[in-house]
Design a binder for this molecule. Structure first.
Ligand code: ATP
Ligand code: GCO
Length: 161
């Protein structure tokens, strides 16, 4: 979880591969209307995210042996919604600052639907999950291999506890 550009898709893919788990790419499940809004630089509302979160919850339930989901999960209510669908769900929070997120999103502007004009609204919407149970905060500026190792070590530690 985290704002646009924090590295959800990159870490999600690496973690799914390392853990031998299926990957659910949250961005693939936004409605066409939501994708168009984001392309135009219009931030999604709670209402826009409602059906999307319901779909993601159903996808988690369809993978009872586990899965890696990439999902911005910006507000506590969104995370609680997913926890409701999938008890035991844990979150890896990729924390990044505005400048670096803005740079990353701008750098891929030609190939990705997300408008860089929206980065500020992502930070305005973000409610930090730090302090909630089952959350690992990672520094999104670390290299991908290190992030994957830290996330895998956390998962292993929780499973042996
Ligand atoms: N750990 C990292 N170090 C350096 N660059 C990274 C790292 N993780 C991702 N990136 C780069 O940052 C950009 C955004 O990454 P990615 O698409 O994984 O983020 P995201 O959070 O899934 O973004 P979005 O949700 O907006 O698609 C990509 O160009 C990616 O290559
Ligand atoms: O809740 C949201 O506003 C969205 O999920 C965004 O975070 C983007 O889809 C994503 O980060 C861009 O790829």
């Amino acid at each position: 979880m985290g704002v646009a550009g924090c590295g959800k898709s990159s870490l999600g893919a690496a973690l799914a591969q390392a853990e031998g788990l299926p990957l659910i790419e949250g961005d693939d499940h936004h409605s066409p209307a939501s994708r168009e809004k984001m392309r135009q630089g219009i931030a999604l509302t709670d209402e826009d995210r409602e059906g999307w979160l319901a779909t993601l919850g159903q996808l988690l339930q369809a993978h009872p042996h586990g899965a890696v989901l990439t999902c911005s999960s910006l507000k506590k209510a969104y995370r609680d919604r997913l926890r409701g669908a999938c008890p035991g769900l844990r979150f890896v929070f990729l924390e990044i600052d505005r400048a670096n997120a803005g740079q990353r999103v701008a750098a891929r502007a030609g190939t990705h639907f997300f408008s860089s004009a929206l980065v500020e609204s992502q930070f305005a919407t973000l409610e930090s999950p730090v302090g909630e149970a089952g959350v690992l905060r990672l520094d999104a500026l670390l290299d991908l291999a290190t992030l994957q190792q830290q996330a895998s070590a956390w998962i292993a530690a929780q499973e042996s506890a």
